[in-house]
Write a protein that binds this ligand. Structure first.
Ligand code: PLZ
Length: 459
């Protein structure tokens, strides 16, 4: 199928391409013939477990537009699950990475260090919540940051038990699999899992109807009864849950948990891997809730598309590990570090925190309008460029709130075929999430929404 949209041209970008596209354009069936051919090659040699939700093969991308090998142009509302937060091939990131590649690509910081790692740690100390001495450890990916956060908290407290919340996602390593809520597809058949992980009820205002203090009392009572506060090394929380479906906790929920942690010597760890790095209009989503976590975990958007992750927190906690106790071959790679420095710089110089708020102001009223028109939209929620809609069954859905995964799958499929990459989420697969880059324009958002409205009408 072909959407007849004008071909697009814009100014030269420093990704080295002139005429970087800025509009959606579908010129072949989706996936197109070249993508199909690549897919066949891939099926012969790539593990099936690493399946792709949208099997169009990317040729290049810039800003909020992905161009596939068949020349189709997609509006990207997923940013590689919240990674290219400041935009695909952001000019400053590309320039910094190019420069760094020619100077140093590897040093192994724990053997022979370099300045970029130190500078990223300084920027994290400056921009994470809390006004106290902070230190960082740099690693490669989100799951590795979670692993190290837990490891550091255990060493500091001398305790072993770990608490997480229902609907959480923390990664795909053995420890982090155990910390995830959902069995399929993350855990089923992959055990045995790390022990002493305790899953407590969360705050999910659309479903539980509890106030923040009520939901916190429930979480705390559960952990007190089933574990005992004095056995807990840490509580790991996504301030806005990502894979779980962008639940914004009820007011007062997170501060009450933090207070309980502080009173009981439990390290409060904010997993900001999806919600952090300017996505919600603050450097870290914890700031929306007045939280000052003991440890903050960053990854995804921190290096504009290059692999980098971090554990940042109170110096006395971070320093609990003996020298040599923390590390890893590639952690804090110089090219990734240079890219991260460019990301922090761009957030300031391009006013990207305000861009996240602009995106919310464009997206949310439109989604609320669609909610009035289509009864399958049960809830619209989120902050900044992290907005979701939860789908329920038509008719009785508004009262029963019964999940409607079929509608989500159909809308995401329709959007894909019409040039919009639209990610799903939610424990029951009934959430559509908007994670656009902060470079997306209002025109691009409204164009994508027109496709989504058509998809809703076609249900
Ligand atoms: N914590 C809150 O969102 C990664 C998962 C993609 P890694 N979320 C995307 C997939 O299918 O595996 C994530 C997250 C939160 C931790 C992680 C893990 O980050 O960089 O994927 O290891």
């Amino acid at each position: 199928m072909t959407d007849t949209l004008a071909p697009t041209v814009s100014s030269t970008s420093s990704s080295g391409r002139s005429g970087a596209p800025s509009e959606r354009r579908v010129v072949t069936a989706i996936p197109g013939p070249k993508s199909l051919a690549l897919h066949e090659r891939r099926n012969a040699v790539v593990a099936s477990g690493a399946a792709s939700g949208f099997p169009v093969y990317i040729d290049h991308a810039h800003g909020a537009i992905i161009v596939d090998v068949d020349g189709n142009q997609f509006i990207d509302l997923g940013s590689g699950i919240g990674v290219t937060t400041i935009g695909h091939t952001d000019d400053a990131v590309v320039a910094a990475a190019r420069q760094q590649v020619g100077e140093l690509t590897h040093g192994l910081f724990t053997i022979t260090p370099y300045e970029g790692y130190v500078r990223v740690a300084e920027l994290l100390a400056e921009h994470t919540p809390g006004d106290f001495p902070k230190k960082s450890l740099l690693v490669n990916a989100g799951a590795e940051a979670v692993e190290n956060g837990v490891k550091i908290a255990r060493k500091y407290t001398g305790r072993k038990a770990v608490a997480v919340l229902d609907h959480a996602f923390h990664g795909r390593t053995n420890l982090t699999m155990a910390m995830n809520y959902k069995s399929m597809p993350y855990k089923l058949g992959f055990g045995p899992f790390a022990g002493d992980i305790h899953h407590a009820p969360n705050s999910y205002p659309y479903h539980d109807g509890l106030t923040g203090p009520e939901a916190a009392a429930r979480t705390i009572a559960f952990l007190d009864k089933t574990v005992g506060a004095s056995d807990l090394a840490c509580l790991v929380v996504e301030p806005i849950q990502g894979e779980g479906g962008f639940m914004v906790p009820a007011e007062g929920y997170l501060p009450a948990l933090q207070k309980w942690c502080t009173e009981n010597g439990i390290v409060f760890i904010a997993d900001e891997i999806q919600a952090g790095m300017a996505r919600t209009g603050k450097y870290f989503s914890s700031e929306h809730f007045g939280l000052i976590p003991d440890l903050v975990l960053s990854a995804k958007g921190i290096a504009g598309g290059l692999p980098l992750a971090a554990v940042t927190g109170r110096a006395e906690i971070m320093d609990a590990s003996h020298p040599g106790g923390l590390g890893g071959t590639f952690g804090g790679n110089p090219v990734s570090a240079a890219a991260a420095i460019a990301v922090f710089d761009s957030i300031e110089t391009k006013g990207l925190l305000a861009e996240a708020t602009r995106i919310e102001n464009t997206l949310k009223p439109e989604l609320l309008r669609l909610q009035k028109k289509f009864d399958v939209i049960g809830d619209v929620r989120g902050i900044g460029a992290m907005i979701a809609i939860e789908f329920v069954q038509p008719g009785t859905g508004a009262t029963t709130k019964e999940p409607n995964a079929a509608a989500v799958a159909a809308i995401s499929r329709y959007a894909f075929e019409h040039g919009v990459i639209l990610l799903t989420a939610g424990t029951y697969g009934n959430v559509i999430r908007f994670l656009p880059s902060l470079a997306i324009s209002d025109e691009q958002i409204l164009d994508a929404l027109s496709v989504i409205e058509d998809a809703l009408a076609a249900l």
